[in-house]
Design a protein around this ligand. Structure first.
Ligand code: ATP
Ligand code: ZN
Length: 730
């Protein structure tokens, strides 16, 4: 039984082998204990080697063994798609794992001080037979700890198969050495239990109770700013998803950050004044306005203005999108509305902002087929909540929409959203002011002058506040890409072009013939624009492909204008046809390049005839049905329909012939511009003047004249004044 087995790393008795392997197993996680790899012996050997070589080192060994196991554990939790706890955060499994490891370590240690490790055989020959042993302790009937005489290691330890066998062996050795019975080494028997052995039976219960407590805590998490834990969506389906912005922390927006919409600001100012000082109004018996609809095209600052209102009034701001009320289940939307208003009342004075209110506030179905009960229930709840305010509630409701015409009339009734504030796209002065706001954080070389902001504003007619914000950011990105220290005008010019027509696509290679077609097409547009009185000022023409579809483009600067005359319409149509006509005049064949132009022309002619009363034959009648979807019959006779057809054709044909006449006269100029384009790819207004001479009409865009036109090209010095030679095409 004590016969030693020779192994490559030393002598190991079978007895000790089994004991140590059990110890090693305790220090591993269950998954590895059960694993049979192709090199199991190697693992045991290395563990044993460490036991042999290092004294009192069991902890280090176990920690070394633990590392790869922990890693396995982590992979198990995160990497396995079937793992139901795959979504839990690291905290959720790290803490239990650490507890587990502590428990297992404690269990493994079991309170035994191992001392110098050896086999019984070694103990016998090295200590027992030499009389170096003072006392022997048999622990738990399986392990022996021998106290040695001084000068030796203090303890020696080894495992035994059974206490009886050990007793007999001890007696046998001492008999052999002739030691009298009363001087024999005392053997004590001891039972040691670790505190862990008491605790471990309770462990599953503790884990179970802790886990349940954690899950319930997760479910209870709610409120306007709930983080949305794994159980949130089920428990909080009827809760409002509004985001709460608190004055002290989140809302830094003030009225000074909203530029170019002074009237709108003035209107909402009243709400601010009310929220700050309600007594001033209530004292005189005035009812406080409940809410306002902020409408206008996308990106004109509706959300921004609402936030600024909250910022100025220094009250909590609850922001929610109309679409967040819409759910599959009936009643959820209504419940969310109720919850939103309950929260707002609790936080009062406060502002509720419902963006895209058309998602729930759209006109209710008139048909008996009740298309959308859920939407209606939500809207009704909203109406009820707004009616339910009394003036002491001090809650103001602002709502944003791009389609105020779609809203249910009941919403707009006095006592609900009784103010309607319209935010239009900014005009030149508005854009200038918005540029000044968004240029503030941009690092420029010189201070931003009025002229500089004006120049950018003049270059970007039709831009919304959001476009301007985007443009300023793009300019800074472009400058950063060139590792510049400052952002300059040229960066802004590039950014504007990018926002208008998209990225340059240098990789889109046109064949020489295609390039030529594009050049003559664009030259046709440019020449028409140059010689037509009402054409907008031209900034540049380019034949570098850009964005999704444009192979070439011309950048014009339309003035901010609110009325368009018949003649202006005609000139726009001629300009739009210039590309196609130039192709016809310069090549044997025409291409698809004019598709977009033709669409524009047709749309304009349609509008002139059907909506704007610009056809003498048809007179000042609107033919366009208001609600095209509901229209079954045309609101006019077959004869009128024919006349409409003829008139639309006539308008387009007229424009076409005038365009052809103009370009035939200016064929040389078209040729020159096209050649210049082929040479340089991009030509500017200066190139046009160099090749064609100054434009024969004074520019009509004041912003252009003020901010962009070089001084020597200005008004009076222009050889052709407004009253001079009429436009050749007119
Ligand atoms: N008048 C403005 N002054 C300053 N910045 C503006 C202005 N209008 C818009 N912006 C900028 O555009 C961004 C987007 O505006 P906002 O979200 O308020 O537009 P919106 O009208 O609510 O658009 P949508 O109808 O698409 O919801 C703002 O964060 C701001 O940076
Ligand atoms: Zn074109």
């Amino acid at each position: 039984m004590t016969r030693a087995v020779r192994s490559p790393i030393g002598l190991i008795s079978p007895l000790r082998y089994s004991r140590l392997s059990r110890l090693a197993c305790f220090q591993r996680t269950p998954s590895q204990v059960c694993t049979f790899s192709t090199t199991p012996t190697y693992r045991f050997k290395s563990t044993l080697l460490k036991f042999d070589q290092k004294k009192n080192d069991s902890n280090t060994t176990s920690s070394k063994n633990k590392k790869p196991n922990d890693k396995n554990g982590a992979n198990g939790a995160n990497g396995d798609p079937n793992n139901p706890f795959g979504n839990l955060k690291w905290k959720d499994w790290v803490i239990p794992s650490i507890l587990m490891v502590i428990v297992l370590n404690g269990f493994a240690a079991s309170g035994i001080d191992n001392g110098a490790q050896m086999t019984f055989q070694d103990f016998k020959t090295n200590y027992l037979e030499k009389g170096l042993v003072k006392k022997v302790n048999v622990i738990n009937g399986t392990y022996v700890q021998a106290e040695l005489l001084s000068g030796m290691p203090r303890f020696a330890g080894f495992s035994i198969g059974s206490p009886d066998f050990f007793d007999n062996e001890m007696d046998a050795v001492q008999d052999r050495l002739g030691i009298p019975t009363n001087e024999r080494i005392p053997i004590a028997y001891e039972t040691r239990t670790s505190v862990w052995s008491y605790l471990i039976p309770f462990l599953p219960t503790v884990i179970l109770i802790g886990g349940t407590y954690y899950l319930i805590a997760q479910m209870r998490k709610k409120g306007p700013n709930s983080k949305g834990g794994p159980f949130d969506s089920i428990m909080n389906v009827g809760k409002s998803k509004a985001k709460l912005f608190n004055q002290d922390t989140n809302i830094k927006v003030k009225f000074k950050d909203v530029a170019g919409c002074d009237e709108a600001k003035e209107e909402v100012m009243e709400f601010v004044s009310f929220l700050k000082n309600p007594q001033k109004y209530e004292r005189l018996g005035a009812k406080i306005p409940r809410g306002a609809i902020l409408s206008g095209p996308p990106g004109t600052g509706k959300t921004l203005l609402a936030r600024a209102t909250a910022g100025e009034a220094a009250v909590p701001f609850l922001s929610v999108s109309g679409s967040e009320f819409v759910e599959m289940f009936v009643g959820v939307g209504a419940s969310r509305v109720r919850d939103l208003f309950a929260t707002a009342r609790k936080l009062a004075p406060s502002i509720v902002f419902i963006d895209e209110i058309d998602a729930i506030g759209g006109a209710r179905e008139k048909s008996p087929m009740r298309a959308n009960d859920e939407k209606e229930a939500t809207l009704n709840q909203l109406l009820v909540e707004m009616d339910g305010f009394d003036s002491s509630d001090h809650v103001v409701v602002l709502a944003g929409t791009n389609r105020p015409d779609m809203l249910d009339k009941a919403l707009l009734r006095p006592g609900r959203f009784d103010r309607h504030i319209y935010l239009d796209k900014p005009d030149i002065e508005g854009r200038k002011a918005i540029y000044k706001v968004h240029l503030r954080p941009i690092k420029m070389k010189d201070a931003v002058t009025d002229m500089f902001a004006g120049r950018l504003a003049a270059m970007t007619p039709g831009f919304s506040g959001a476009d301007i914000a985007n443009c300023c950011n793009e300019a800074a990105l472009i400058a950063a890409r060139h590792s510049a220290d400052f952002v300059e005008l040229k960066d802004f010019e590039q950014a504007i072009e990018r926002v208008i027509v998209g990225l340059e696509r240098k990789t889109r290679i046109l064949s020489p013939q295609e390039k030529k077609t594009v050049a003559y097409h664009e030259a046709g547009h440019a020449i028409c624009g140059w010689y037509l009185k009402y054409a907008d000022p031209l900034l540049k023409v380019s034949i570098i492909p850009r964005g999704q579809a444009a192979l070439g483009y011309a950048q014009y600067l339309p003035a901010d204008q609110y009325l368009i005359s018949e003649e202006q319409f005609e000139h726009r149509m001629i300009m739009a046809l210039g590309g196609r006509v130039s192709e016809e005049l310069n090549f044997d064949d025409v291409t698809t390049g004019a598709a977009d132009d033709l669409q524009k022309v047709t749309k304009m002619a349609n509008a002139m005839v059907l909506k704007l009363g610009m056809s003498k034959k048809l007179g000042t009648i609107v033919f366009e049905p208001k609600d095209t979807q509901m229209q079954v019959h045309k609101p006019f006779s077959e004869e009128t329909f024919e006349v409409i057809d003829i008139e639309i054709h006539r308008l387009i044909d007229d424009a076409y012939h005038k365009c052809k006449k103009l370009l035939t006269e200016k064929l040389d100029e078209v040729d020159k511009i096209a050649k210049e384009l082929l040479k340089k790819e991009v030509i500017t207004r200066d190139d046009m003047i160099r090749i064609l001479g100054p434009r024969p009409f004074e520019e009509k865009n004041d912003a252009f004249k003020k901010y962009l036109l070089p001084k020597n090209e200005d008004g009076g010095e222009n050889p052709h004044s407004d009253s001079g030679e009429p436009a050749p095409a007119s």
